[in-house]
Design a protein around this ligand. Sequence first.
Ligand code: FES
Length: 483
Amino acid sequence: MSHLLPLSRVARLVGESRSALQRMIKQGEIATFDGKVDMEELLRVFPDIQWEDDGEYKRVEEIKRKAFGKRIMERVLPDKEVLAERLFELGKEFASAKSLLLYHDQVFGWLGSKLDDFSDCGEDAAQKVADLKKWLRQTLSELPSEAERSQALLAQESVMRVMSAQVTVRPSGHEFFVEGNDTVLEAALKAGIPLNYGCSNGNCGDCKVRLLSGQVKKVHPHDYTLKETEKANGTFLMCSYTAITDLEIEASVAGAADIPHQEIQAKVKWVEPINEQMMALHLTTPRSQRLRFLAGQYLTLEAGGASGEYYVASCPCDDRQLTLHIRRNNRPFARKVFDDLRKEDTVGVSGPAGNFVFNLDSRAPVIFVAWEDAFAPLKSLIQHAMSLEISENMYLYWIADQTGHYRDNLCRSWADAYDNFFYAPLSAREDVEINVSRILANYADLSEYEIYVAGPAMLLEALKKEACARGLPASRWHAELIV
Ligand code: FES
C-alpha cells in the first residue's frame, strides 16, 4: 500500500532543505507523484537515515522527559482540543489500517485451509503445498528489516502530523507548518509567507481565505461576520483558526502594493556597536502592533526630533523584532544613534516603502550583490529566501571598503551551514569593472538566473550591461539605487 508524503514533511524527516530535495527531483534522483514522495522511494533514496535522530522525535522525547512542563507544552504542543482532534483523525486512520490488517489475517487463514484441500492431490502436489504453507508461515513470522524501517518512518510521520499540520497555499504552492497554538496566519507569517491580513484579531476580514481541503478549528473568537455564501464555500479567517489536519487553502500572496502604510512606536532593544562605522539598531514593536513589510523595503525612523530612512536588515518572518544598520555620518538620525540612543528609548517607525522585493514566484538561482552598508536590504532578502527555501542556489558578493564587511562572520556562517549558499567578499578599492568581471566570471549564461543588486549608479550600470550581454532577462534584474 503506497503512502505519499508531501515534500515539506520529507524535508523534515530526512533533515534536508526543500530546495535540496527539489534539486534531487529535478535531477531524477527522487521520483514523485503529484509532487509527493512515496515512502518506499524515500527509504530507497535515504537508506542510512536514522529516524530516531529526527528533530520531531527529539522534541517528543524532551516533552516526555520534562513531564509536560508548562513552558514546553505552550511552546511545542497544540492546544488540548486541537491535539485531541488530531489524535482522533490519526485514530481513524489507524482503525482503518487495523481492520484491513485483520481482514488480511483472515484471508491468510482461509488460504491455509484452501491449501489443505490440495493435500490429497498426489504426493508431489502435497509436498509442494506443504512447502508453500511453510514458506507462508515463515514469511509472516519474520518482519523484514525493510518493514522495520517503514514502521520507524511511519511512526515519525504520525508524530509529525500530531505535532504540526502542513498548509499548502494555492495557486502559489508555498508550504508552511502550523505548530503549537499558532493560528494559520501566525504560522504563515513565521514562515515568511506574506499572506494578506489587517487587524490580526478578527475584526477586518482581510485575512479571509478559502479552504480547499482539510479541517480547521476556531481558536479565537471574531467579530467580523462572514456571508452565508462565504461560509458555504469554505471561507475562514486565518487569524481566528488553526489547522487540525493538513490543509490546502486558496490565498493570494501580498506584493509591495498590498502592504498598507503603518505608524508604530517601537522600543529600542539594543544599540549594537559593530565597528567604528556601523551600528545595528534592534527595535521591538508593541505586542499588538506588528509591522507588515517585505524583505528589501525601507522605513522612516524618528527619535528625539531626528529622522532618517533605513532599510530593514531583518527577516519579515519576525515582524516584531526589527534590525536596521546605521552608518556613521552627519545625518541627524545617525548622529542620534551613535551619540545617545539607549535601550528602552522610543523610536517612531513609519512605512514600509520601496519595491526592491523578492520575486516569490521564481525558483531560479539568485545572485545578490551588495555595496558597503547596502548589505542591509540584501541581508533581509537572503534571510527571507532562506526561510522560504525557494531558491535553488544563492550567491552573495559583497563589495565594501569604508564600512568593512561588517557582518562577514554571518555570511561565512551561511556559507558553512547551507550547501546551496556561496559567499565572496570583494574590495570597493578595486575598479567597478574589475569587480563586475570577478562577479560574472563564473556565469557565461545568465538566462536562468535572478540578480538582486543594491549600490551606486556606477555599479548598477556596469553590472546590468555585462549581465544583459550574458543573457539575463530584463524581468530578472532587480536593482536598488543607493545614493
Ligand atoms: S486580520 Fe483582520 S480579521 Fe483576520
